[in-house]
Design a protein around this ligand. Sequence first.
Ligand SMILES: *Cc1c(COP(=O)(O)O)cnc(C)c1O
Length: 401
Amino acid sequence: MGKSVKGKARVKKVSVGATWDSLMQANYGTPTISLIRGKGIEVWDTDGKKYLDLLGGIATNLLGHAHPEVSKAISIQSKSLSHISNFYAHPEGLALAQKLQEMTGDSSARIFFCNSGAEANEAALKASRMTGRKRIVAASGAFHGRTMGALSLTGQPAKRNPFKPLLPGIKHVPYGDVKALKRAVNRRTAMVILEPIMGEAGVVVPPSGYLKAAREICDSTGTLLVIDAVQTGMGRTGSWFGYEDEGIVPDMITVAKGLGGGLPLGAMIALGKSASLLTPGSHGTTFGGNPIAAAAALTVIEEIEARNYRSLNLVKGALIRNLVSPITGVVSVRGRGLLIGVVIKDSKAKEVAAGLLKAGFLVNAANESVIRLAPAFIISEKQIMAFVAAFNEVCEEIFHG
Ligand SMILES: *Cc1c(COP(=O)(O)O)cnc(C)c1O
């Protein structure tokens, strides 16, 4: 660590990784950089090195880092009321709930606030149990969170296996396969949960008509359809929740990640009859939807609306996909809007991600063969061009070098 470390004189001159390992549990990979500041989609590490952030806190910082309006909302709210529990109403929470209800286009929508994606899915799971049915169908490869209930929905054996037994009665079917879904769902199925695009699985886009078919299957068996919009939602993929293009109405929608614009916030939105499944005392949380997180979320949503980011994201996403597709070592590029998966040749995604980090760009290798991009909506064309040039250089080195 060099002289550029402001006010960090007491930090010993050892690597970030060594410090991390001496203090933190080993559930994450050991980071190689420590970040201290951000502005827009740029962040700086403790050595003063600048990075373009193409991951956005994992699809979370929708308006980038230190957005003036979001900081202002957080700051103002923190000076009047920061937390009061859900024993009391507060204007920010109600205004945000009203906004979310409007975003569904359905006045029957009722909101439950929580702090994360896993918690939003836990709420959906518990609501589904209130129907009296116990079986659930989810997709292989899907990610719905890491707590035991959400993990039971998650369709990734490597994440599940060490923690068995998980909840019984949950069946995973191939994603995008209507016939498999139809075979698995019956009158004892409480809910089907699906991501509009599977994010953690490597940005897997289903065939068009999949969610519509899922809706029909659920209707024919009286099963609830839950859309996990935690990653695809909040306008990232062109619509508020990622299912609207299919012309369906789900029974429940879960959101988190981008909702709080960087603050921890999640919501389970229930529509129609499912809006009354949770009854007094059946569920709750201490922090969920607290005034500061709600004030941040309101500002984020207002900005997305005012600047037309939902349609702009589609244009920017298409630009990135078109420019990255012809690069050496890129097999294909998939996704919608600003949720993009770049499939890399020879399972070298981690190598490409490491090369980009060195070159000053933050991306994520979702797995051995896919680089995931989920930048803030404010990313400019100039920043996109700079990223594409670096991507090209890194790939040239790896695949031609
Ligand atoms: C990240 C994610 C979750 C879990 O969210 P956490 O806030 O990490 O609990 C659930 N579902 C999807 C689709 C996600 O991408």
